[in-house]
Design a protein around this ligand. Structure first.
Ligand code: PBG
Length: 330
């Protein structure tokens, strides 16, 4: 008797393994999130995210040039807004001379080919650290949508290729699409965070921008009234289908690694491109283990990103994008 089928046969040599490989990660799959702050020629390390910096606009532009030279084709922008510019309207987010607008223009001037995808949400601009306007202790969905639409038009005017609403208000994709069309920005795409969960894995990101929900007796200190409950899976499908119908061009699932079941489920039902966010806490865990010598940094990065792609991602937002691009080159 012999074993009729031996799966190990095709694993015997690197060349054979390469021939039967089913998922290939490429640099074009990667999007780099960047943190930007006021100032010139300055950068500050972000705690809990080794290798990640907040940069002044000039250094962010320089970083974009390096990223593009490495083959990375998209950046996702986040601003650290001065405390005195924060309020409960989000007004600073549509200031045509604001930090985000200035950054977008500077990047498009210097590296016009780079796909610039600014974040659309009010939390960095909010005195409460919430993604929306607060009315009577609640996050006011429809008032927030108006602000997000204004912000999106302003970012399109500054030169954004893609606007990326990450706030989870209901109906905001439709509101943003309508405002973009009415202002002539028919080619500006919407990458919608369609299934974004209320997650503890955003902690390092919030400390990078000082954007965590503030202690305030009458307002919840978490985002559970708008971001999704991590106990739920079918609800993600409903969120995604609604955003597709409202006019989203790309669908985001977030966080990444603990949520790949959601990615693969959504992959089966939609044909639009799917983006997955390998978030700050996932990056922090990997770096902490690598720094302790408990994980091999390079192998763990390549495995994580490839598995996210295997689950169905067309693009991956990751703080390890530059490292991964360098690894892919060598
Ligand atoms: C805010 C926003 C968050 C992230 C991206 N946009 C944090 C939040 O929702 O509280 C998280 C990114 C990360 O953790 O890497 N709208």
């Amino acid at each position: 008797m012999f074993i009729s089928s031996r799966n190990r046969r095709l694993r015997t040599t690197p060349a054979l393994r390469a021939l039967v490989q089913q998922t290939v990660l490429t640099t074009s799959d990667l999007v780099m999130p960047l943190f930007v702050m006021e100032g010139k020629a300055q950068q500050e390390p972000v705690s809990a995210m080794p290798g990640v910096f907040r940069r002044s606009v000039d250094l962010a532009v320089q970083e974009c040039r390096e990223l593009y030279d490495l083959g990375i084709k998209g950046v996702n922008l986040y601003m650290k807004i001065a405390e005195d510019l924060k309020d409960n309207t989000g007004r600073e987010s549509w200031n045509s001379d604001g930090l985000m607008q200035t950054t977008i223009k500077a990047i498009k001037d210097a590296v016009p080919e780079m796909v610039v995808m600014p974040d659309v949400a009010l939390d960095p601009y909010s005195i409460y650290g919430h993604d929306g306007i607060v009315t009577n202790g609640k996050i006011d969905n429809d008032a927030t949508n108006e602000a997000l639409a204004r912000m999106s038009v302003s970012l399109a005017e500054a030169g954004a290729d893609v606007v990326a609403p990450s706030d989870m208000m209901d109906g905001r994709v439709a509101a943003i699409r309508k405002a973009l069309e009415e202002n002539g920005f028919t080619d500006v795409a919407i990458l919608s965070y369609a299934a974004k969960y209320a997650s503890s894995f955003y902690g390092p990101f919030r400390s990078a921008l000082d954007s965590a929900p503030k202690e305030n007796a009458s307002i919840p200190k978490n985002k559970k009234t708008y971001q999704m409950d991590f106990h739920n899976s079918r609800e993600a499908i409903d969120e995604v289908l609604k955003d597709v119908e409202e006019g989203a061009d790309i669908i985001m699932i977030k966080p990444g690694m603990p949520y790949l079941d959601i990615v693969s489920k959504v992959r089966e039902i939609i044909d639009l491109p799917i983006a997955v966010f390998n978030v700050s806490g996932e990056y922090a865990m990997l770096k902490a283990a690598a720094q302790n010598g408990w994980l091999d940094n390079d192998l763990a990065i390549m495995e994580s990103l490839t598995c996210i792609k295997r689950a169905g991602a067309d693009m991956i937002f990751t703080y390890a994008a530059k490292e991964a691009a360098i690894l892919l080159k060598n």
